[in-house]
Design a binder for this molecule. Structure first.
Ligand SMILES: NC(=O)c1ccc[n+]([C@@H]2O[C@H](COP(=O)([O-])OP(=O)(O)OC[C@H]3O[C@@H](n4cnc5c(N)ncnc54)[C@H](OP(=O)(O)O)[C@@H]3O)[C@@H](O)[C@H]2O)c1
Length: 319
């Protein structure tokens, strides 16, 4: 009986592998628009898709990012200046893409641009801190998608949203998890709405990877500047030890979890764009698969207990 079940599982995996290994034809006719191509996943994906023969439209936040990417890519790849938090910039890029792709439409948009600061305990932050991150991580995703959706419908193409495993579980304060939960929700609603039009909507939920988003020097600098601007009564509630332990833990935990092999994420993004049968969700990274996702299915008392046990305690803590 055990061998029979094992055999069925093996057959299922072989069938799935075979089904998922098929790639879409005519890559040279397919335009893929990626946001946030200056560095990290977006940059690696742009170069990878360019090598595979896709026509990449790489949205870059900085001029340096554009220049560097142009130097290492083919003539098929087009770079364009893009700030996803500014509607005029998003509209301008969409108008450019419309003339570039013509009747073919746009095969895929990859909503990748994102920021991770400021992050800290909720009461250390202001509404403007929230607004600035949501403008990029959530409103930017929605704005960019809406700006090119008619072109994607024309190509019966794909929307690939880069959320995070922190769109499934929220172990720390600040706008990052809020923004990524928002992306997950937008992704799921859009998937249902677009299914009748033959448009596929896919979500990437990476764990911790070594990019600027997880750069501890940047994160610690922002964390400390949040502390510096706190009123004295809040500083008294938390105590200086909270700050010091928080900064130490940030270093330790990120070292423990950060995976430097960005190919794991890029492979999932490429599969979402190029596979005939993409998956609805991808969770690259061992920490995503074996820690954060299982934790997200656990009862709240258990996951809260775990996070509280391993977080620094404010001086005024009663637990
Ligand atoms: N690294 C991880 O562990 C991890 C895990 C889960 C999810 N993610 C998500 O993956 C995505 C890519 O991040 P990454 O890890 O590759 O980090 P990254 O290297 O910092 O990439 C983010 C990109 O977005 C660009 N960007 C920032 N603000 C922008 C704006 N207003 N308009 C357009 N582009 C903007 C950045 O440009 P500059 O470089 O010029 O600032 C950068 O190129 C993000 O959505 C992030 O939240 C990352």
């Amino acid at each position: 009986m055990f061998l029979y079940i094992l055999g069925l599982v093996a057959v299922w995996y072989v069938y799935r592998w075979y089904k998922e290994s098929k790639r879409v034809p005519n890559k040279g006719d397919k335009y893929v628009y990626i946001t946030g191509c200056d560095s990290g996943f977006g940059n690696s994906l742009a170069k990878h898709l360019d090598k595979l023969g896709f026509c990449v439209i790489a949205g870059c936040y900085t001029e340096n990012g554009e220049t560097a990417l142009k130097k290492v890519s083919s003539e098929r790849l087009t770079t364009i200046s893009l700030d996803v938090s500014k509607s005029e910039s998003v509209k301008k890029v969409a108008a450019f893409i419309k003339t570039l792709v013509g009747e073919k439409g746009l095969w895929a948009v990859v909503n990748n641009a994102g920021v991770a600061t400021p992050s800290g305990p909720i009461e250390w932050l202001t509404i403007d801190d929230y607004k600035s991150m949501l403008a990029v991580n959530l409103n930017g995703v929605i704005d960019v998608t809406l700006s090119v959706l008619p072109l994607i419908k024309k190509a019966r193409g794909r929307v690939v949203n880069v959320a995070s495993v922190f769109g499934r579980i929220s172990p720390f304060g600040g706008p990052y998890c809020v923004s990524k939960y928002g992306v997950e929700s937008f992704n799921d609603s859009l998937r249902l709405n677009m299914a009748p039009f033959g448009v596929k909507v896919l979500c990437i939920e990476p764990g911790f990877f070594k990019t600027s988003v997880t750069d501890t020097v940047i994160l610690k600098k922002h964390f400390r500047s949040l502390w510096d601007r706190l009123p004295q009564d809040l500083k008294d509630d938390y105590g200086y030890t909270f700050l010091e332990t928080g900064l130490e833990q940030l270093d330790e935990r990120f070292k423990q979890f950060r995976d430097s092999d960005l190919r794991k994420v890029v492979h999932c993004m490429e599969h979402a764009i190029a596979s005939v049968h993409p998956r609805y969700r991808y969770s690259p990274g061992w920490d995503a698969k074996f820690l954060w996702l299982p934790m997200s299915y656990m009862p709240t008392w258990l996951s809260d207990g775990f996070f509280l046990r391993y977080s620094p305690k404010p001086k005024a803590s009663v637990i």
